[in-house]
Ligand binder design. Structure first.
Ligand SMILES: NC(=O)c1ccc[n+]([C@@H]2O[C@H](COP(=O)([O-])OP(=O)(O)OC[C@H]3O[C@@H](n4cnc5c(N)ncnc54)[C@H](O)[C@@H]3O)[C@@H](O)[C@H]2O)c1
Length: 399
């Protein structure tokens, strides 16, 4: 099967795909719509990052395409609904850069507590200003984590290992790690945290979550960090509280409006303030994260193409198919209507085929059933499945 990888995907992806027998065409840049349509002729798997847009028109003409790997976190560059309607699986790497974000935040907590941004700036300006004024250890201070998911929980563990007290607030029920304490409300957290760090997701209700009222409720001389989503924070309100001295320092990695291209100018009301760290959305951008993303997503693509597994797909029903042991596997993607599973099993029974394992999952309008069988399904039975009313596709694999 042919694989097209665009946008400088990490070489580890090529290694994994080639080792499993795929023919890889690796290209540095992204492709515009018509060029992408031409390049996808005969391609079974496509790998992209965030600059390649896979539109409905692209999908409509990509007749051999089985899966798209987004070698990044976001997937809104792909028309997910059109891909699902065509039975094309889309995968991404939701967890591969978690550790990178956490390490940046740990560095920022220490940097802000020691007022490193202004100290280093003064040294570059040629001023020797040796003083402990406003500098603190982080040991024994309280970190308030808002959003206790993948990133929030890892941050909790690392912060505790530096001797910080950790409190957290999450709208979902999340178990506390280590000695961390759950807060019943955001206000309760804001009242006791020396550092507040946001790690919530980008659901629409979170827009503008953190504004003047929330900054006012933070402890005097506390610090604020946002490496989650730019739209959750009112930067003007943050600027006001930094200028008044109520907030002693802040680190921002994400912004309500971010420049589109490398080298574009960056505008923000937070530029030029003391003890403020501004970084260009690099929380998850490390060599280690890129390698992990390359390995993870190419693994998802090979797992789907060679064994039918859709675990963590962002648009198809998810089936974590076990490794294909000795035997035969049938993957059947269909419209999610009652009776399809019964019909598949009736057909297998008619064939006298012994089912050794079966997994079904549904998602919105689609259902996916993976059946392991002792015998290869006859050509006639396969044809009956392929031409059945609710079928999107049938694929078979054997070990
Ligand atoms: N800066 C970067 O480069 C970078 C890299 C990776 C992820 N991120 C961002 O970091 C954030 C966290 O990522 P994650 O993988 O930990 O996500 P996650 O989905 O695992 O965790 C998010 C948590 O926030 C909670 N939550 C949502 N809204 C909330 C609210 N209003 N109040 C309290 N809790 C709330 C959810 O219940 C969930 O537990 C996301 O917004 C993600 O986009 C940024």
């Amino acid at each position: 099967m042919k694989v097209l990888l665009l946008e400088n995907i990490h070489p580890v992806a090529v290694e994994q795909l080639e080792a499993r027998g795929f023919e890889v065409d690796l290209r540095a840049g992204s492709l515009a719509e018509d060029d992408l349509i031409a390049a996808l002729d005969g391609v079974g798997l496509l790998g992209i990052r965030s600059n390649t847009h896979v539109t409905e028109k692209v999908l409509a003409s990509a007749n051999e395409l089985q899966a798209i790997g987004c070698f990044c976190i976001g997937t809104n560059q792909v028309d997910l609904a059109a891909a699902a309607a065509k039975g094309v699986a889309v995968f991404n790497a939701p967890y591969s850069n978690t550790r990178s974000v956490v390490e940046l935040v740990i560095a920022e907590i220490v940097s802000l507590a020691r007022r490193l941004p202004e100290k280093t700036q003064r040294m570059h300006d040629g001023v020797w200003d040796k003083s402990a004024r406003g500098s603190h250890e982080v040991r024994g201070r309280t970190l308030g984590i808002v959003g206790y998911g993948n990133i929030g929980t890892q941050l909790s563990n690392l912060a505790e290992s530096m001797g910080m007290r950790v409190v957290f607030y999450d709208t979902a029920d999340r178990p506390a790690h280590g000695n961390a304490r759950r807060m019943r409300s955001l206000d309760e957290l804001l009242a006791i945290a020396d550092v507040v760090s946001l790690h919530i997701d980008g659901r629409p209700g979170n827009a503008g979550l953190f504004g003047a009222q929330q900054f006012a409720k933070m402890k005097p001389r506390s610090m604020f960090i946002n490496a989650s989503r730019g739209m959750v924070v009112d930067d003007v309100a943050l600027r006001d509280h930094l200028l008044s001295g109520h907030i002693a320092g802040a680190a921002l990695d994400v912004f309500p409006v971010e420049p589109k291209a490398q080298g574009d100018p960056f505008e923000s009301v937070l530029r030029g303030l003391d003890n403020v760290i501004l970084t260009p959305h690099v929380g998850g951008s490390t060599q280690e994260a890129q390698e992990e993303i390359g390995w993870f997503v190419s693994g998802k693509l090979t797992g789907f193409a060679l064994e039918g597994g859709t675990a963590l797909s962002v648009n198809l029903p998810t089936v974590a198919a076990p490794p294909l042991a000795a035997g035969h596997r049938i993957g059947f993607l269909h419209h999610n209507v009652p009776g399809v599973l019964a019909a598949v099993n009736a057909l297998l029974a008619e064939e006298g085929d012994n089912v050794t394992g079966q997994h079904l999952s549904t998602r919105d309008e689609l259902g996916y059933v993976v059946t392991d069988a002792a015998e290869r399904l006859s050509a006639g039975a396969l044809e009956r499945l392929r031409t059945s009313e609710h079928c999107l596709w049938v694929r078979t694999w054997e070990s």
